[in-house]
Design a protein around this ligand. Structure first.
Ligand SMILES: C[S@@+](CC[C@H](N)C(=O)[O-])C[C@H]1O[C@@H](n2cnc3c(N)ncnc32)[C@H](O)[C@@H]1O
Length: 747
């Protein structure tokens, strides 16, 4: 075990590599150690992420005179306009810096055909998101062999800049090679000034400041006509670069605000060589600016997003956002779907999307969900009403906004309710031709969304390095001695080599869920009492649940490892169907399933109990359902959660196919088991996975015991009227008991 001094030195070294000085890190490190009870792990986790974040936060805070002078500064000179990021230099990143002191040179885009091999296919370059953290993603972007991908352009004052002349433009660019050279050869060689002149030119702006004054403008989407590109082609300076400016958006403010770092200029350009370049330009005051690594910037933006937005998917990262942008560029560019641009604008302008044609080329059934951005009801072109939202709920209107915006991608598709989100198609059928043709609208998500408050609670619950198996290789299940990932399940993996949960494990989980009183409870730590508070209630105990821990990215094994079942997603053939018994829609498997087979996760939006209460009370007088699942204490941070912080999964608006599983008392054929696994974002949460508790016949309805309290008359939807049909139905028993009591009273 390294000494405290040694760990401190390592932390300072790591921060130094990110451009933080010892002076600014030391007090932050001390505070963190105090905060974490002198525990180093949370500080060292994820390459000292907490420390870097906290140091950045400390920088952001207003500083007293004694601190102000410590801010890292960069002295601007003619030759040395900014300080290169040490981490980029060290990694030999795409800045391609010759050495640390020399101003970075912009790497020239590859333009000669021998630099551009045919195997730079679109699949290779725009591969679907793999489960990487933002940092890994950033590194991946940098490391891809085909790119001068992320580069920092040396700024130069532009000729007619006046007062703003001393400000620096920092340009962060992304270059993707998107097409084979042959695919776009017709467009002609065009546009930007050769990069070795270290100056950016946008279409029609040669030699002029790229930053325009004026009011903020929403981005517009257009592709410049070929002749405007053609004119640039005649520019002798640009003829060798083969870059054509296609799209130039400005979201800048007036000159007076040029010193605001958020003055933006974004542009997109493509070359005949199949390279698309997007760049963001912001103006900064060089006297206060110190260049950080792009990774640090990504991290900060992600943290800001998590703090600012009401909810974000757990796998949200700037890296994945950039990848999404690349995918959209490729898709739009290849499909020539100009009408999409019109549609995008219609979203921007707040117009109702209902009459717009659908875009993605999939076989779509009529849209049944169209909601205005304000969350009000609209009728679709097909005259079907949509999802119920609460007008006065900010959260719901945000959900509704998402739903409206997601309409382009997520209109109901009867041949696949997941709209391609899952690996398998999940069709919808109604064999009874009854009132409902399709389930009511919701937003299909494959992984849980996390509300801001819930995020705060789960962010403390991370998988630690010690919970992985870095030395494993291939398939952990075939290792002679089970690795650390089996610790959670008593040293034996929960899964069999056939990918099923062991029968004994299933039986125990089933029993814990149904007969909690027969199983162990753990007791909370005594709560600290603040001066004016009433004494805390003694803990009544939390149920000790069985949990499966799957392997994760820090494990040496591969994705085919037998201890990665849930994270591979749905693999069995499922169907959403309309039930006969009046339960609405249900879920069934089209093939026979053995005991212990993974069916799906129950996916929804992760809320605290307080948030759920608010949501439920707003919905109480409306028809909307809520489908909350109590996740209990095992999901939360390692400490004890207060009641209002307990976590629930709500699949009312966001959900996956799990939201169609109906309840059955006692003899349900599914059991819910918490599975701890990594999510590609910054934190790790459990998921609630549903496995078969017995053999299930093809076309048999899949059911799950919700553990409903049938006597809860206070539930906003009223007491649950169970139609499960089980001979052990708790609802029927309750009716019988009530009936007997009534007879006794009357006699
Ligand atoms: C998770 S959803 C299941 C899907 C739902 N049937 C649908 O059409 O969307 C839960 C809701 O389904 C209905 N439901 C589920 N199981 C039921 C049962 N055993 N008896 C009656 N209604 C049931 C209730 O309305 C409940 O609020």
């Amino acid at each position: 075990m390294a000494s405290r001094a040694e760990r401190g030195r390592r932390a300072l070294d790591a921060m130094k590599a990110l451009g933080f000085s010892k002076k600014e890190v030391t007090p932050v490190l001390r505070s963190l150690l105090k905060l974490f009870d002198n525990s180093w792990e949370p500080i060292e986790d994820e390459g000292y992420r907490a420390l870097a974040d906290a140091t950045l936060d400390a920088r952001d805070r207003p500083q007293g005179p004694e601190h102000g002078s410590h801010r890292p500064r960069m002295v601007a000179s003619e030759e040395d306009h900014y300080q290169p990021s040490a981490s980029l230099v060290a990694r030999g990143g795409p800045c391609d810096l010759d050495n640390e002191t020399e101003a970075p040179r912009v790497k020239r885009p590859r333009t000669s055909s021998n630099n551009f091999s045919a195997d730079h296919s679109i699949d290779h370059q725009l591969s679907p998101l793999s489960p990487l953290t933002a940092h890994e993603m950033a590194r991946k972007i940098m490391d891809e062999d085909f790119q001068q991908a992320v580069f920092l352009r040396e700024p130069k004052p532009e000729p007619d800049m006046d007062a703003a002349q001393s400000l620096h433009d920092v340009q962060v660019g992304i270059v993707s090679h998107m097409f084979n050279a042959s695919s776009s050869g017709a467009a002609g060689p065009l546009a930007l000034r050769p990069p070795n002149q270290n100056q950016i030119e946008t279409s029609g702006n040669k030699g002029r400041p790229v930053q325009r004054c004026g009011t903020r403008r929403p981005s517009t989407s257009f592709i410049e006509p070929a002749d405007s590109m053609g004119k640039q082609a005649q520019n002798p300076e640009s003829s060798s670069d083969h870059i054509a400016v296609m799209h130039n958006t400005r979201t800048g403010f007036a000159d007076e605000c040029r010193h605001e770092a958020h003055c933006l200029h974004t542009e997109i350009a493509s070359s005949t060589m199949g390279e698309v370049k997007m760049s963001i330009k912001c103006n900064i005051d060089p006297s206060k600016f110190c260049m950080l690594s792009l990774e640090a910037v990504f991290r900060m933006v992600e943290d800001k997003c998590f703090r600012s937005y009401e909810s974000l998917p757990p796998n949200f990262s700037i890296g994945s956002l950039i990848n999404e942008i690349c995918e959209c560029v490729a898709q739009l560019g290849n499909d020539h779907t100009a009408e999409y641009n019109i549609q995008s604008d219609s979203v921007d302008n707040g117009r109702n999307l209902q009459n717009e044609p659908m875009m993605n080329g999939a076989a779509l059934v009529e849209p049944i969900a169209c909601i205005s951005r304000g969350g009000r009801k609209y009728k679709s072109a097909e005259d079907s009403w949509i999802l119920e939202t609460s007008d006065n709920s900010q959260e719901n209107s945000m959900d509704a906004q998402h739903l409206a915006l997601s309409h382009l991608r997520h209109a109901h598709n009867a041949s696949d309710i997941s709209n391609g989100e899952e690996k398998v198609r999940i069709p919808v059928v109604n064999e009874f031709g009854s009132e409902q043709k399709y389930p009511s609208s919701f937003y299909y998500i494959q992984k849980n969304l996390v509300s801001q408050k819930a995020y705060a609670n789960i962010s403390a619950a991370r998988i630690g390095d010690e919970d992985g198996c870095a030395d494993c290789f291939g398939n952990c299940l075939s290792a002679p001695i089970p690795c650390a990932c089996a610790r959670e399940t008593g040293g034996e993996f929960a899964y069999t080599p056939d990918g099923l949960v062991r029968a004994a494990f299933i039986d125990e989980c089933f029993s814990v869920n149904l007969f909690p009183e027969r199983h162990h409870n753990f007791f909370c730590k005594p709560l600290e009492r603040s001066r004016n508070e009433a004494p805390p209630e003694p803990c009544k105990g939390q149920l000790v649940r069985k949990v499966i821990k799957e392997c994760w990215s820090k494990c040496g094994c591969n994705m085919q490892c037998g201890n990665r079942v849930v994270q591979r997603g749905i693999e069995c053939n499922l169907q959403v169907f309309f039930t006969q018994e009046g339960k609405g829609w249900g879920l069934r498997a089209l093939d026979e399933l053995p005991k212990g087979a993974f069916v799906c996760e129950y996916v929804g939006k992760l809320l605290t109990s307080m948030e759920l209460r608010e949501r439920t009370s707003q919905k109480a007088h409306k028809a909307g359902y809520t489908y909350p699942v109590d996740l209990g204490a095992y999901w939360g941070s390692e400490g004890v959660l207060k009641d209002e912080e307990a976590l629930f999964l709500d699949a009312t608006i966001y959900g996956n196919v799990g939201r169609f599983i109906n309840h059955r008392c006692y003899d349900a054929n599914l059991v819910g088991i918490p599975v701890v696994m990594e999510t590609p974002g910054h934190y790790h949460v459990s998921s609630l996975a549903l496995f078969t508790s017995k053999k299930v016949e093809a076309f048999e309805e899949l059911t799950w015991d919700y553990g409903i309290d049938f006597d809860d008359d206070k539930h906003p939807g009223g007491a649950f009227q169970c139609l499960c049909g089980s001979r052990y139905c708790r609802g029927r028993k309750r009716h019988r008991n009530r009936g007997k009591a009534a007879v006794r009273r009357s006699s």
